[in-house]
Design a protein around this ligand. Structure first.
Ligand SMILES: *[C@@H]1O[C@H](CO)[C@@H](O)[C@H](O)[C@H]1NC(C)=O
Ligand SMILES: *[C@@H]1O[C@H](CO)[C@@H](O)[C@H](O)[C@H]1NC(C)=O
Ligand SMILES: *[C@@H]1O[C@H](CO)[C@@H](O)[C@H](O)[C@H]1NC(C)=O
Ligand SMILES: *[C@@H]1O[C@H](CO)[C@@H](O)[C@H](O)[C@H]1NC(C)=O
Length: 434
């Protein structure tokens, strides 16, 4: 019958269309295409839609303890949808056909919570073609039993950790020739090859420092805007300079903590003989000589449990979604942070790297890397050390050679300006009185 045949033809056509659109939508959702900039002003996007208000943990204070107890991290299930034993497959991004309109428009693509972010497993096809999960077992830690299970439900702003991130670029031989007195861990965007060049030519040039061994490495993740050549370019840069440490997490603002933790992991595994480490942003002026000779002092025994920088105390997370540093209660429930050293530049004894790396396996990670270092210090019961006044500057100070000769960091110097200031500083500083 003609009518019935037409019906089946349309039926097949619709099934095909719905299937294709679902596949397309699913692909978009998995593709982590959201850039960090879209996280910034329009935070309402970030409402964890999958998690009803019950998710707000302030109703239940005992759940806040940053203890690695999986049940405490689970969002309170809505009684009406209560399932006695949520299993990981429920978190899986099952596309709901009813949500698929024939013509998806961008506003429907709000990918928060992005299914791939709920599952700490990065899209395998994108990050590691031949991931063999058993090969990527979590790194051995002091207390493997305390490691958080990977299936723990995670707020999209909580960096996925611990997760066995893999080193894609690793200058293992950097510390083999000699034990460095100081390692500079330079933080910058993976795309920002220019800043890396500037730093290699200014304060990051290892050959500037003749009386102590200084090692400079740049910490990066996977470029968030990936092009065919982005990884190739990084590999070439690595071939030329041999100073890039890269792991397979997405290089975004909210993942900065992963970058710092990668630095801690790298020091503890590939540079354990170092004496001191400085974590420094790529838009800073850094006076390595002052740091080495006036603060750390190679003549003295190497400190232990030493962590210093511009100390920030009595602050708490910003809860307003309009801030770049917005941290919701679900991500960090306490109203205050323990004291910490301001992020653009802090220094520590190298023994701290392993201690921090280990303790980070056992507690909830927050996206503000400097605050998170403070939380680790608090867990380790090692308070940060107050430095002499005015040597770590998180704000800008106008360049003055002799003033810069007596401090360690100044914020907001990069590119050509940094080159110019550095050249003057490096050639003129010997004329300054002590
Ligand atoms: C994954 O690695 C494990 C241990 O190294 C090995 O036994 C297994 O065969 C590997 N599986 C695949 C699919 O490669
Ligand atoms: C680093 O300094 C050395 C010696 O001062 C110089 O020869 C070299 O060109 C510098 N490297 C860069 C990348 O500027
Ligand atoms: C952080 O990195 C992980 C792993 O690459 C990624 O899945 C996640 O989307 C990133 N988070 C943010 C907020 O960028
Ligand atoms: C957060 O608050 C709880 C409860 O007051 C406290 O036990 C815990 O030590 C605090 N954590 C931090 C990192 O301050």
């Amino acid at each position: 019958m003609a009518g019935e045949r037409t019906f089946w033809r349309y039926f097949k056509l619709s099934v095909l269309t719905i299937f294709s659109l679902s596949a397309f939508y699913y692909f978009i959702m998995r593709n982590d295409y959201v850039h960090i900039s879209s996280l910034l002003p329009n935070f309402p996007k970030f409402k964890p839609q999958l998690n009803p208000p019950e998710f707000k943990p302030q109703l239940n204070p005992p759940e806040f303890k940053p203890k690695p107890n999986p049940p405490e991290f689970k969002p309170k299930p809505n009684p009406s949808e209560f399932k006695p034993k949520p299993n990981p497959s429920e978190i899986k991004p099952k596309p709901n056909p009813s949500e698929f309109k024939p013509k998806p428009n961008p506003s429907e693509f709000k990918p928060k919570p992005n299914p791939s972010e709920i599952k700490p497993t990065p899209n395998p096809s994108e990050l590691k073609p031949q991931t063999n999960y058993t090969e990527l077992k979590p790194q051995p830690t002091e207390n493997p039993g305390l490691t958080l299970p990977l299936s723990t439900t995670r707020h999209p702003l909580t960096p996925p950790y611990p997760y066995p991130y893999k080193f894609l670029l690793n200058p293992k031989e950097k510390c083999q020739k000699q034990k460095p007195f100081l390692v500079l861990l330079v933080i910058g965007d993976s795309h920002d090859a220019n800043s890396r060049l500037t730093i290699r030519e200014t304060w990051g040039n290892e050959s500037n420092y003749r009386d102590v061994a200084v090692v400079t490495v740049f910490l990066i993740g996977i470029p968030r805007v990936k092009t065919e050549t982005s990884q190739k370019l990084l590999e070439e840069e690595m071939k030329t300079y041999g100073d890039i440490v890269q792991q397979d997490f997405m290089d975004t603002y909210y993942n900065l903590t992963l970058k710092t933790l990668m630095g801690m992991e790298w020091i503890s595994k590939y540079c354990p003989g170092a004496s001191y480490v400085m974590k420094i942003d790529n838009d800073m002026f850094l006076n390595v000589e002052y740091l080495v000779h006036h603060l750390l002092q190679p003549g003295l025994p190497v400190h232990q449990n030493y962590f210093t920088g511009y100390i920030v105390a009595n602050t708490g997370p910003l809860r307003g979604k309009e801030y770049k540093w917005y941290v919701p209660k679900e991500v960090y429930p306490n109203d205050t942070y323990p004291p910490y050293c301001s992020g653009p530049g802090y220094a520590f004894s190298a023994d701290m790297a392993k201690k921090i790396y280990d303790v980070a396996q056992t507690i909830r990670v927050v996206p503000m890397e400097d605050s998170f270092m403070g939380i680790c210090l608090y867990e380790l019961k090692i308070p940060p050390t107050n430095p002499p006044p005015n040597i770590f500057n998180g704000h800008r100070i106008d360049y003055d050679c002799c003033k810069f000769n007596k401090l360690i960091t100044v914020h907001h110097y990069k590119g050509d300006e940094l080159r110019k200031v550095w050249k003057d500083f490096w050639t003129q500083r010997s004329g300054c009185k002590d």
